[in-house]
Design a protein around this ligand. Structure first.
Ligand SMILES: Nc1ncnc2c1ncn2[C@@H]1O[C@H](COP(=O)(O)OP(=O)(O)O)[C@@H](O)[C@H]1O
Ligand SMILES: O=C(O)C1=C[C@@H](OP(=O)(O)O)[C@@H](O)[C@H](O)C1
Ligand SMILES: [Mg+2]
Length: 170
């Protein structure tokens, strides 16, 4: 089974795809990490040097050219489903699972985070909440096309496992 986790920055894609993969004994892959290894720099550095358009081309290429094991939980970058035909590609080549959270909760988590995400660099407090609310409104039409939508509050590996297996046997 191949499942792609999608959703806004900070919703928990990397954390929960890794936990679910461990729980199920599946492989875990994070496309942001694969991209960083491929170019030998962080995403923040890549954005700075080549800009967002080049990043979007590359992340789409990484999505489609990566070789996935049979059973794998894949974490994607927050913007990935919103560019090109990436979302259709994921839905045609596996299941997608959207972790849904409010701008307020996302902002609280991102404000605490130590990693640098170029799109929100330097934004904090109310400015961060407002930015997230606007960007999420742009992106939700894509996220809502996921095979599964789960509430990011009170998530557990058990409920995630039940959610994806319900579809697998149809
Ligand atoms: N259920 C949760 N409750 C509280 N904090 C969480 C939860 N899931 C993830 N986090 C925290 O939120 C931040 C973003 O998580 P991450 O997995 O990197 O998100 P994403 O890959 O979607 O950007 C991290 O600091 C992580 O520890
Ligand atoms: O939302 C976005 O456009 C991005 C999200 C990031 O991934 P996370 O969602 O794992 O933070 C990363 O791909 C890049 O910084 C751009
Ligand atoms: Mg991530």
């Amino acid at each position: 089974m191949r499942v792609f986790f999608i959703g806004f920055m900070g919703c928990g894609k990397t954390t929960w795809s890794r936990k679910l993969a461990n729980h199920l004994g599946y492989a875990f892959m994070d496309l942001d990490h694969i991209l960083e290894a491929k170019v030998g720099m962080t995403i923040a550095e890549y954005f700075e040097q080549y800009g967002q358009d080049a990043f979007r081309q590359l992340e789409s290429q990484v999505l489609k050219e990566t070789e996935y094991p049979e059973n794998v939980i894949v974490s994607t970058g927050g913007g990935l489903p919103c560019f090109f035909d990436n979302l259709e590609w994921m839905n045609a080549n596996g299941q997608t699972l959207y972790i849904k959270l409010t701008p307020q909760t996302l902002a609280e988590r991102l404000d605490k985070g130590k990693t640098t995400r170029p799109l929100i660099a330097g934004k904090h407090g109310e400015e961060l909440v407002t930015f997230i609310a606007g960007k999420l409104a742009e992106r939700e039409g894509f996220y809502n096309q996921a095979t599964h939508i789960v509430n990011g509050i009170d998530m557990s590996v058990e409920t995630l496992a039940d959610t994806i297996s319900a579809r697998a046997f149809q």
